[in-house]
Design a binder for this molecule. Structure first.
Ligand SMILES: C[C@H](N)C(=O)N[C@@H](Cc1c[nH]cn1)C(=O)O
Ligand SMILES: [Zn+2]
Ligand SMILES: [Zn+2]
Length: 483
């Protein structure tokens, strides 16, 4: 485990000692949270998200928080059905007008996980192996949310006054696009957000063993491409060769999207991308990122690009297109000889400054209809965009980054790298646009945590040192000149 620098004077040394001593209890609590399969991808399972939110709300109440479970109304699904969304936790600890107010955002929903996907251990049973805590949500994002709560708990248990006022926004739909939270943010801008000075998010990872502060994330546009053919699934021996097959149409459409070089083939999609400046180019050179280690973490022998700078640029500041799956396709083992009736291809495009989701939707839809028209297929094509999120970029001269840097120095004894995040925190840009508040990301997850993958984990060290980092961050924020 990394050593913690001396911080006598601020009382942090006692807090760090407490966190070290409590670590087994903190791991046990993470085990209880991971055991709730709060997968937001399946509306049938949203009751588990509600359970997870209730457990989180109860924990905040034990810290003396006032908790509201704010209703988000209903969401219309692609099949036309309306489903009631899980609520969002809006909470506040006792307030002192002399102190700055920090609002902590996190999520307690997770990506789907099944043991048979290739997990070594049961995804919903937190299992410690060689100092790593394996389980769905350990890193994304239950571990970091609990670390924030434990940082508060540490101050309270030692009867040390919290240096900042604290609010929480904890949601259960982040992995599904945070639908409804944008509207709630607008509704509560003049109330819940009015006295917030800083918003902090810990829902991403470092890119090396070096701690980092994150100043940008990519956005995301997620597409469904539905091709509907005959009235039911058919025998390929009887009908193959005489009908237009929905799956064949769909594969051609998906194949028209991206080249093997990673270049996106949809016209105009790259035109809005902010040009690379000389200053930005230089920034990449100083960042600690080892391509060989990255290859090992990914389990690949070759990347699309050969240099560290190119890989980081294509992760942070260029768009990418990924194909995720096909609903309605035959995917089990065996040799079923069927022509599927209807298939839905799923792909997403990560957005960078200055791309706009509504423009991208138009470009993608027009392009797919054009490619489809060239096939002269009588099948029905429908293109929809169930998730859209804009990219987010912060001003690194914001004082919150000073507090973040000092907290990293205190706990890890090094200066953090300033990094971006290739993935998306859908609500980040909304918080910025609607509230105008200072936003920073303070990740504690490791580069090899495997978020969304099999065997997702967070190391015990990241979890415990991360808790100390958050406790130190409260203190460093309180040391900034208060507006
Ligand atoms: C970065 C965060 N932990 C995360 O995984 N976000 C998801 C959110 C999302 C975007 N579109 C759909 N869900 C991600 O980037 O995939
Ligand atoms: Zn997350
Ligand atoms: Zn995620």
């Amino acid at each position: 485990m990394q050593t913690t620098a001396e911080v006598s004077g601020s009382g942090l040394d006692l807090i760090f000692k407490y966190i070290d001593e409590q670590q087994n209890e903190f791991v046990q609590e993470l085990k209880e949270w991971v055991a709730i399969p709060s997968d937001s991808s399946d509306p049938q399972a949203w009751d588990k998200i509600v359970r997870m939110l209730n457990v989180t709300a109860d924990k905040i109440k034990t810290l003396g928080g006032n908790v509201e479970l704010a209703d988000l109304g209903s969401q219309k699904m692609s099949n036309g059905q309306s489903v009631h969304l899980p609520p969002v936790i809006l909470a506040e600890l006792k307030k002192d007008p002399k102190k700055p107010t920090l609002c902590i955002y996190g999520h307690v929903d997770v990506q789907p996980a099944k043991k048979e996907d290739g997990w070594t251990t049961d995804p919903y049973t937190l299992t410690e192996i060689n100092g790593n805590l394996y389980g769905r949500g350990a890193s994304d994002n239950k571990g970091p949310v609990l670390a924030w709560l434990h940082a508060v708990e540490a101050y309270q248990s030692l009867k040390q006054e919290l240096p900042v006022n604290i609010k929480f926004i904890i949601e259960g739909m982040e992995e599904a696009g945070s639908n409804g939270l944008d509207t709630l943010t607008e509704q509560r801008n003049m109330t819940f957000f009015s006295d917030v000075d800083y918003i902090v998010i810990s829902d991403n990872i470092w890119i090396s063993k070096k701690p980092a502060l994150t100043y940008g994330t990519r956005g995301n546009c997620y597409f469904f491409v539905e091709v509907e053919g005959q009235k039911q699934d058919m025998h390929s021996g009887v009908f193959g060769g005489s009908i237009h097959e929905a799956m064949t149409d769909l594969i051609a459409l998906l194949d028209s999207l991206v080249e093997s070089s990673g270049h996106i083939l949809i016209p105009a999609i790259n035109e809005a991308v902010a040009p690379l400046t000389e200053e930005e180019k230089k920034r990449y050179q100083g960042i600690q990122f080892d391509l060989e280690v990255h290859k090992k973490d990914c389990g690949v022998t070759k990347f699309l690009f050969d240099t560290k700078e190119e890989i980081l640029q294509h992760r942070w500041r260029y768009p990418s297109l990924s194909i995720h799956g096909i609903e309605g396709a035959f995917f089990e083992t065996g040799t079923k000889t069927v022509i599927p009736r209807k298939v839905i291809g799923k792909f997403s495009i990560r957005l960078v400054p200055n791309m706009d989701p509504s423009e991208v939707e138009k470009q993608v839809t027009e392009y797919l209809h054009k490619v489809f028209a060239e096939r002269n297929s009588p099948n029905q094509l429908k293109v929809t965009m169930p998730i859209s999120a804009k990219p987010w970029l912060a001003d690194v001269s914001d004082p919150q980054f000073v507090a973040g840097r000092r907290a990293v120095q205190t706990v890890f004894g090094v200066d953090p790298d300033l990094i971006c995040e290739g993935s998306t925190i859908p609500i980040a840009r909304n918080f910025q646009d609607v509230t105008g508040k200072s936003i920073m990301m303070l990740p504690i997850g490791g580069a090899d945590d495997g978020e969304h993958s099999q065997n997702e984990k967070m190391s015990r060290s990241s979890y415990i040192q991360g808790t100390k980092l958050f406790a130190a961050f409260f203190y460093e924020l309180s040391q900034l000149p208060h507006k």
